[in-house]
Structure formats: C-alpha cells, structure tokens
Design a protein around this ligand. Sequence first.
Ligand code: SF4
Length: 365
Amino acid sequence: MQSITVSEVKKAADFFVSEIKNLNVRPLRLMEVCGTHTVAIFKAGIRQMLPVEIELVSGPGCPVCVTPNEYLDTAIAYSRQSDVIITTFGDMLRVPGTETTLLDARAQGGDIRIVYSPLDSLEIAKANPAKKVIFLAVGFETTAPTAAATILTAKQQNLSNFFVLSAHKLVPPALEALLAMPHVKVDGFLLPGHVSAIIGLAPYEILGTQHNIPTVVAGFEPLDILRSVYMLVKQVIEGRAEIENQYSRIVPIDGNKAARQVLEQVYQPCDAVWRGLGKIPGSGLELKSGYNEFDALAHLPVKVGHSQEPRGCRCGEVLSGIVKPTACPLFGTACQPEHPVGACMVSVEGSCAAWYKYGAGRWQM
Ligand code: SF4
C-alpha cells in the first residue's frame, strides 16, 4: 500500500476545511456518536480547525458510560457471593456503582478477573467447576457477536457453570430516542464505523426518512472525520437527510452478515436502560429461550439495594449531547480520571475523560 506523507495529509485536511468553510453554513450541532471519534477529534485538534458555526458534541457511544449503576451494583452483589467468579473487560473495574466499584469489591475479596476475550471466561469456568463464572457482557453491536459466539461454544461444550450478565446495547434505537428528547438538538450524526461494520447502513435509514437527520458513517483518521463533517454539512446545505458511507473501505453497505447471524441465533432485542437516557424500547439484547440457561439473572439469585446515580454527576446530559463535560461542576475538581465520580470520566472513550485529558484549559469550552 502506498503511504502518504505528512504534508499530503495536511494539504488534504486544509482542502476539506476550506470546502467546509466555503459552504457558509448556519450554526450546526453535529454529534459524534462514538467515543473513539471523540478522542480522535481531540487528538487531531479538529474542533479548532472547523468554522465556529460548527459545533461537535459527543454522544452516547461509550458502552461503559451508558451502562447504568443498577447493572454495576448487580455485578458487585454477585461478586460478593463466595461461589462466584466475575469475568470482565478491564475498563469496567473502576466505574463507580452506587456505593463502590468492582475494583474495591475485588480488594475486599471478590474473585473478579479481567479477560481480554469472553472466550477466556470458558477456560476459567472449566478450571473452576465448583464455581459459577459470570461474564459481564457489556458493549454495542461490535462486541456482542463475540459474546454470542462464546455462548454457542459454551453450549457445545455443555458448560453448566458459565453465565452472562447481559448489558449489550444497540445504537440505532438510542439515536432515535435521543432525537425524541426535548432538550436534545442535533443537526446530523457522525456514525460509529465499528458498529456500522457489523450492522451495515440499513438500520440508520429511519433517522433520515422519519427524523430528517443527515447521517454519515465515519472512519477514525483525522481526514476521515473532516471529510465526514464536510459530507454532513453538504447534506444540510442541499436539504438532504440520507445515510452516507465515508468509511466504505471498512464498512460494507450490508455490514457483516456472519456476525449478525451469530448474534441473531443467540440474542433478541429487548428494552434496555441507558445511563442518562432511561429505558429505550428495543435497544438492548437478551438471550433467546434456547440459550436462557446462560442468563445469570434468570438462574442465580442476587439481592441488590437501591441503585442511584452519583450526586451532582451530569453524565446523562453529557451522553445526550445536552451539555459539554465542562458544564459539570465536578469536572476537573471532585471528578478526575484518578478519582472518577461518574462513568464518563473512567473509560478512555468517555467524554469527560477525553475533555479532561485533551481539552481542559486549552481553549474556550
Ligand atoms: S465530570 Fe464526572 S461527575 Fe461530571 S458528568 Fe463527567 S463523569 Fe459525571
């Protein structure tokens, strides 16, 4: 593959910025749905390149951030059972639940293990037949197929001590729900490339046809993002509200059929609670009846106290694009990456963490 030089990248970036400026756009709020985009936008300084009329706001595309406290509290309650091993991706450990974190629960004796793939949980289950292994299945359409494949493997291997606590979420229903919220104002969506590589373009069509919102599936390089912003702004100027695919080198129009087949074999859509967005119809995934034996909540009793969000935390409004993280009075004071108050300050993809790491104090926010 032919590489391109730094000066060629700069020239291309200047071109897109100039094209965007030439469109003379009215003030627009464009939402980058995905946390990876938020970080890429900060790293490349894209906000400062764009005309002041274009405001980029972060959306609900960080799976750890949108997982509600009730889920964390349930996982922590399970971890206190002596015959349970919790397996999880590492970024869940520091997310504050109502009273504590999984990290603290581990320090207090809970058997909580970080895995790099859900399949690792099966090995742990085989090595510990007297224990119940519960995998914290958190993530969007990108990671859910791997969890589904793990459940298929567990079934093939007749594993009876492996379970999942499912908090998988689906992006398109959440975007529709956002548009229905009274304080949310969005003129276009930069859609997540990773999720779109699985689901394809069709699930987003409703955003244009029923909500009149332009959308562009965007890649993650700075030039991808600039070009996607240009495509979005051009749609607005031309009065179009379509789904366009800037990231076609990775995202096929119809997504990844094999991954979706695995997903649809094991899971079915269900209503799901998102932190800050509330319960959204059809936005989660639950196990189908043929795989219900792996559902932790259905088979393993657990007592969970009253869950609530941290006092003063504005994660819900941040995840909805209503306010920027700097509008939260706790930002950078009581809440920092070293001692996060809310979930959005924990994950590297969290808006508050990104604003703190790359944005705080550098320009007017
Ligand atoms: S700065 Fe902290 S407390 Fe405020 S919204 Fe973000 S995560 Fe929540």
